[in-house]
Design a protein around this ligand. Structure first.
Ligand SMILES: [Zn+2]
Length: 111
């Protein structure tokens, strides 16, 4: 399962950072693009299961989904693409391309 792999990687990184500082992590914030198929519930579930017995046990995980961005082909404006009503906020054109989805990032760790 995709989320299990993500959770494993997160725990490895957080545990490593916590060990360097010799403290216990209490929270972490990650972000990823909307198209990045992360299911919050599945990730939290996998994280809790894998974190058992590690310094990450009981850690509060915050997941932020970044909006999809697009670039207008007419005026080159980049904007947040509203899938229900996609158009350029500057020239009102609807000829645009979607930009690559934001990667999964570990934004911060709270100790
Ligand atoms: Zn435009």
């Amino acid at each position: 399962m995709h989320e299990t792999m993500v959770a494993e990687n997160l725990i490895a990184v957080i545990t490593n950072e916590a060990a360097k500082r010799n403290v216990k992590p209490i929270g972490a914030k990650i972000s990823c693009g909307k198209l990045y198929a992360i299911n919050d519930e599945a990730l939290r579930f996998a994280f809790e299961a894998i974190a058992k017995g590690t310094p990450c046990e009981g850690l509060k995980l915050e997941i932020e989904h970044k909006p999809i961005r697009a670039r207008c082909k007419k005026c080159n404006e980049t904007f947040e693409a509203d899938i229900s009503n996609p158009k350029c906020p500057k020239c009102k054109g609807n000829d645009f391309e979607l930009l690559p989805d934001a990667p999964l990032l570990l934004e911060e760790i709270e100790f």
